[in-house]
Structure formats: C-alpha cells, structure tokens
Design a protein around this ligand. Structure first.
Ligand code: P6P
Length: 339
C-alpha cells in the first residue's frame, strides 16, 4: 500500500513549496510565485539543452542552424529566458546574471521584494561534449516598497533566503534550500513536473573524493598543496582519496553533496581570488552545503560571511563534508599563525 501511496501521492516542487509557505501564515505567497517562475525557466533550459546536440544549438553565436536561423548561444538564450521569467513573476526588483555586466532593475510596475542572482548556464563550455551543466541561483529579500539599489545585492551570502541549482544531465535535477534543509527534485518529462526524489539531503560528514583541477597545482599556495598531497599520500596509513573532477561546478558540487568529499577551487598565483564568482556560484553552493550539514570556506573566512563589493567578484572556495573542510581551515589557520 505504501508504495502505491508514494507513487500516487506525487510531491511536486510546487506542492512542496506551498507546504513550506503554509508554515508562514503571514506569507502572501510571493516566494512560491517567484519559485514557480524559476522552475519554468529550468524546464525551458532543460528542453533546449537536450535538443542542443540535434538542433545545432551548440557552438558559437552567429552560426546558423539547419533551418538557417541565426543561432543564439545556449547560455545567451538561457539568460534571456530567466530574465523574462523572473520579471514576469512580478516578484523581483533586482536581477544579477553572470551573462550581464550590470544589474537589471525591474520597472516599478513589475517590482517585487526579491533580488535574484544567477548563472543561467554554468559550465557552458562543456555543452559541446555533452557534459552535465547547470543553472545556479541565490535569492535575497528586500523590505517592501523599498527603492532598490545595488547595495541590496552586495550582501553576504548569509543574508540569502534561498538558493539552488538545476543540473541538466542524464536527468534534470533541481536542488533547493529555503533555509530549512536541502531537497532534490527530478523532472518527470512525461508530466513536466519536478518530483521530490531526494528529501532532506545531508552530506556525509567525511568523504573519500577530492575534486580540484590538478592542472593548477604548480600555482597553489601551501595549505592547498599540503591538503591535496595528504589526499594522495595519506600519512596515517589510510587509503588515498579518489579524484573526480568534471569541470562543471554544478556536476562536481552535486556529486559532492550526495557522495561526500570536498570540492576546491583555490586561489593561485595567476588568479589570487580563484575563478568562481561570489554571488551566483560561491554563495548559493555554500548556502546549500551548510544547509546539508557541510561547510564552505574561502581560505580566510566562512564563505557566507564574505561581503562582496563588486557584482562579478571572485573568491577561492573549499566546500563539502564538514570534516574535510575543517582540515583545510586548520591548515590555513596554521599558516596564518606563522605569518
Ligand atoms: P577550470 C565552468 O567553466 C566553471 O565556471 C565552473 O562550472 C567549473 O567548476 C570551473 O569553471 C572549471 O574551471 O579552470 O578547472 O576549467
């Protein structure tokens, strides 16, 4: 009976968020409406990404496809889809996209109380070879009828009210936290609905996988070099960790969240602030990791405490299993003491 009940009592992401909303009687449902528009964007991008290989949607902008139409690059297309969906929700006031230099201030008639920072198609350099890519988003709330300014999004990640990603891979999986844990939903294309498939995700406290671009090893600082050395040649007789690096943040983070381990994009001599962007890569993934019982560290501080000063600012990031990140924190603390 239970199996049947589960199968017929479909928990869609919409129902899930409405259940959450019902816990806040004062809520007007703005967040539920915002999320439904983000979900719409993810469904569209999922469909476009899956067709990409066939319709020659991949490759550089300016190419023409088999219909001879001017082709938009998938990330340009994805950005337009999310911007339009978010504005049409009537629940946003500022949008920050990886694809756009400046923030978008929503016109007053369509303004709401949420600021959304997002990377519409992260890892898009991997599209052409079919590697999983994804959308990453973070959500801040501002006071009602407040004249929005850029300061409203230059806030630490610990001010975010929600964060999530949607991974376009062998299945389309949306992982979301609204501040009370992490839940994963898988798109059932036959229903066009995201169904709860990973309730209350908790990242294992320890992990046997490390995930870093070893090609940057010659530029690493000592704490990172020491930590990676320990993963490969453990001194305590334990077995070495496995290296898994997909090169698409959403895929590497999703594996880390489910299997445990650590994902590192450290600073190096070439890029002292690392490569990943604070607002729409580091903060959302750090938010999710902490909500799942893990940690996220920049090499200097808790990632969510960082206060960004520029929209597209970068930061080094070490995130994943609690104990693994703790080791990195200890190595950086020891180095700081020597200085
Ligand atoms: P590297 C993809 O281009 C991306 O922005 C992230 O998705 C990914 O984690 C990182 O860059 C990979 O960078 O330098 O290892 O190729």
């Amino acid at each position: 009976h239970n199996a049947d009940a589960l199968r017929t009592d479909l928990m869609t992401i919409t129902r899930f968020v409405l259940n959450e909303q019902s816990k806040h009687p004062e809520s007007r449902g703005d967040f539920s409406i915002l999320l439904s528009h983000i979900v719409l964007g993810c469904k569209f991008v999922c469909s476009a990404v899956n067709k990409a290989g066939l319709a020659k949607l991949i490759g550089l902008a300016g190419e023409t496809n088999i219909q001879g139409e001017e082709q938009k690059k998938l990330d340009v297309l994805s950005n337009e889809v999310f911007v339009k969906a978010l504005i049409s929700s009537g629940r946003t006031c500022i949008l920050v996209s990886e694809e756009e230099e400046d923030a978008t201030f929503v016109e007053p008639s369509k303004r709401g109380k949420y600021c959304v920072v997002f990377d519409p198609l992260d890892g898009s350099s991997n599209i052409d070879c079919g590697v999983s890519i994804g959308t990453i988003f973070g959500i801040y709330a501002v006071k009602d009828d407040h004249e929005p300014t850029i300061e409203d999004v230059l806030k630490p990640g610990n001010n975010m009210v929600a964060a999530g990603y949607c991974m376009y891979g062998s299945s389309c999986t949306l992982v979301l936290s609204t501040g009370t844990g992490v839940n994963g939903f898988t798109l059932d294309p036959s229903l066009g609905e995201f169904i709860l498939t990973h309730p209350d995700i908790k990242i294992p406290k320890k992990g046997n996988i490390y995930s870093v671009n070893e090609g940057n090893a010659k530029n690493w600082d000592n704490p990172t070099a020491t930590y990676v050395e320990k993963c490969k040649f453990p001194k305590d007789g334990s077995s070495p960790k496995s290296l898994r690096y997909i090169g698409s943040m959403v895929a590497d983070v999703h594996r880390t969240l489910l299997y445990g381990g650590i994902f590192l994009y450290p600073a190096d001599k070439k890029s002292p602030n690392g490569k990943l962007r604070v607002l729409y890569e580091v903060f959302p993934m750090s938010f999710l990791m902490e909500q799942a019982g893990g940690q996220a560290f920049t090499g200097k501080e808790r990632a969510l405490d960082l206060i960004p000063t520029k929209l597209h600012e970068r930061s080094p990031i070490f995130l994943g299993s609690y104990d693994e990140v703790e080791e990195i924190k200890n190595l950086y603390a020891a180095e700081a003491k020597q200085e």
